[in-house]
Structure formats: C-alpha cells, structure tokens
Design a protein around this ligand. Structure first.
Ligand code: TXA
Ligand code: MG
Length: 323
C-alpha cells in the first residue's frame, strides 16, 4: 500500500520510476500509468495495479523521433508519420528490437511506440535513461482517466505518485496505426483523425479486422460505465425507459425536458474535439449520480466522432442483453 501523492514535481516522479515503481503521467490524450519499459519487475507492477491481464501489450513512450530506432525498426512511411505527428495522439506499431522485453509486447514481435504531447511528461521522459511503458491509468475495463483526480479515484493506495498535469486536452486515447503493404492499417481510432494520416502519407486507410484480440482497446467490452449504457436513437429509446432515472449523452441536442431525464450535451456548438474532451469525464460523473440507465446517441462518423462512437460501443457491449 502507498500513500498516493498528487503533485507536479518532475524530479519526484523520476525518482519513483528510477527505483522501479509506477507513476501516473499526464498526456494530451488520457493519463497513463508508467514504469521503466526495460525493467520486467517494474512493468509487472503496472499489470498488478490495474488488474490488467498480462496478454495485453503496453505502449512504449519516448520523447523524440530520433530515439525510436533504439527500440523499433522505423520504415520510411512510419518515419514520415512520426515526423509529422509526433509528439501527438498517434501510436505506431513497429517491428521491435531486442531490448524491448516480451512482457511489454505480450510476446509479439511488434512494439507500439508513442511520443505524448504534454510538457511535464516530455520533460520527465527527457530526464530518464529509459523509455516508459504506459497503459491508460484506470482499473482494467473502466473508463480512462482525463484528470489526476480520476487516476486517484481508481488507483489510490496502489501507486506512489500521480504527476498532475491538469485535464487532458484531447480526452480520447491515441490512434494506433501500422504501415503494411502500402496501406495505413488503423488498429484503434483515437485522437488523430484518419483523414490526417491519408493526407500525410497519400496511402489508403484500412481497418484491422483480425478476429483475434490484438489490443485491449479491441476487446468488445471496455471503457464501461458502472451504469448500464445503451447506444442508439435517443427518441426511440426514451419511451422504453419511461419510469427510470435516465442520463442522456448527446452531441448538441436537448431531446426533452422531462424531469426524470438529465442531459449531458458534450458540445452545444457541435465541435467533435470539444465532445471528445468531455466524453470520459461525463461518463464518470454519470456513475456518481445514481442513474438507472445511460442513453447515448451516435456521433457523426467522421474525425474524432469515429473514436467517440468506438468508445461508446465498447461501453455498451456488456449491457446490451441485460438492460
Ligand atoms: O493515448 C494513449 O494511447 C494512452 C496514453 C496513456 O498514451 N495509452 C493507452 O494505453 O491507451 P492502453 O494500454 O490503455 O491502450 C493501448 C492499446 C491496448 O489496447 C494494447 O493492447 C495495444 O494498444 N497495444 C500495445 N502494444 C501493442 C502491440 N505490441 N501490439 C498490438 N497492440 C498493442
Ligand atoms: Mg486503456
């Protein structure tokens, strides 16, 4: 057990990481739970704190594109993506080099690499003699944290230090991509829009449709609220829950003024970036307010709307047959 500290001292965070402990770090997407990526014993502590199965690989975080070849083979197209978008909300899946432990990649010969765009975390990474492995800093299966307080709610006592960098600007996880056969394969929609990748590389975008689980973000049920969540046409769903206390997650629309229904409108002005930024915090708020059910609508299927719809679908998955 730790007395978990929340503060913004880079040196203190570095000291914990250097002695093989875990530290929660701010990024522009969501908070991560970091440990020395080259130290198995440190990495095991991440899985233990999160309750995450070991078959689930971790993203390696570093601070410069020049450092990537230390850990992975960087082909020309991936390098172009890296030079254009890193630091940023993008993760590249690349053939790994031998220094990256099998524990980090769950035995895969590929490693996921990302350079987070947050000043505190970039300074921290620069001060360390090793990269960090970091999944989102939430208990396995729950909604990802976008503030230091969210991390504390889920992991207090289990980790020594939370580096507080304020609320995350983007609010959904990075886009995970792999360059294969002259296409850009998207493994997870996230903070960088697919349109941007097409523009930079001039290559076709395809979605990974492997049946086996490659990433935990691909597990059907994930990012789940404790309150049952249903995704669909709000006007069609509302009458089915007439006697319930309902939370509605919508993009811009107030559907009704009935007093058993509370709206959480993610962007009154219709901005998908703003909606993404508020999504996870809203899901957490709803979980604290004793709703019977959450009804969410589909967002426009473009740009960050792709990532929002993906997270809402996964949040719905475990409730679909039970509500
Ligand atoms: O924005 C983000 O990506 C955040 C911040 C903290 O960087 N991280 C994050 O990590 O979302 P996590 O572990 O919650 O999700 C990363 C996903 C997982 O689904 C994992 O299975 C997948 O990336 N992944 C990591 N390494 C992989 C690998 N070698 N091969 C395939 N998938 C991998
Ligand atoms: Mg996660």
């Amino acid at each position: 057990m730790f007395q978990t500290i929340i503060d913004n001292n880079i040196q203190a965070a570095a000291n914990w990481l250097k002695v093989g402990e875990t530290v929660a770090i701010p990024t522009e997407t969501v908070y991560g739970l970091a440990a020395n990526a080259l130290n198995d014993e440190a990495v095991i502590k991440i899985f233990e704190a999160k309750g995450r199965p070991r078959f689930n690989p971790l993203i390696v975080h570093t601070y410069s594109v020049e450092a990537i070849p230390l850990f992975a083979e960087l082909d020309a197209v991936s390098k172009k993506i890296a030079l254009n978008l890193m630091p940023g909300a993008i993760t590249l899946l690349l053939p790994k080099k031998k220094d990256v432990p099998d524990l980090v990649t769950a035995g895969s010969q590929k490693v996921a690499i990302r350079i987070p765009n947050h000043p505190l975390t970039l300074a921290l990474l620069q001060s360390l003699p090793f990269p960090v492995a970091a999944p989102s800093a939430n208990p396995f299966g729950y909604v990802s944290p976008t503030t230091a307080e969210h991390v504390y709610d889920g992991l207090s006592g289990k980790i020594p230090y939370i580096l507080n960098g304020g609320p995350c600007h983007i609010g959904v996880e990075s886009t995970i991509v792999e360059v294969a056969n002259n296409t850009i394969v998207i493994h997870r929609n996230g903070g960088i829009e697919p349109e941007k990748l097409a523009e930079i590389t001039d290559l076709p975008i395809v979605y990974s449709n492997t049946k086996k689980i490659v990433t935990s973000g691909q597990l059907k049920s994930h990012y789940a609220t404790n309150t049952p969540l249903l995704l669909g046409n709000i006007e069609a769903l509302l009458p089915l829950y007439a006697n319930k206390k309902i939370a509605v997650i919508s993009f811009t629309t107030q559907y009704t003024t009935a007093n058993n229904i509370t709206h959480f409108i993610l962007s009154p002005s219709g901005n998908l970036h703003e909606a993404a930024k508020h999504l996870f915090a809203t899901m957490r708020t709803i979980d604290t307010q004793n709703f019977d059910v959450v009804l969410a609508e589909y967002f426009p299927n473009e740009g960050l709307g792709l990532a929002i719809n993906d997270r809402l679908k996964r949040a719905q998955a475990q409730y679909k047959t039970t509500v």
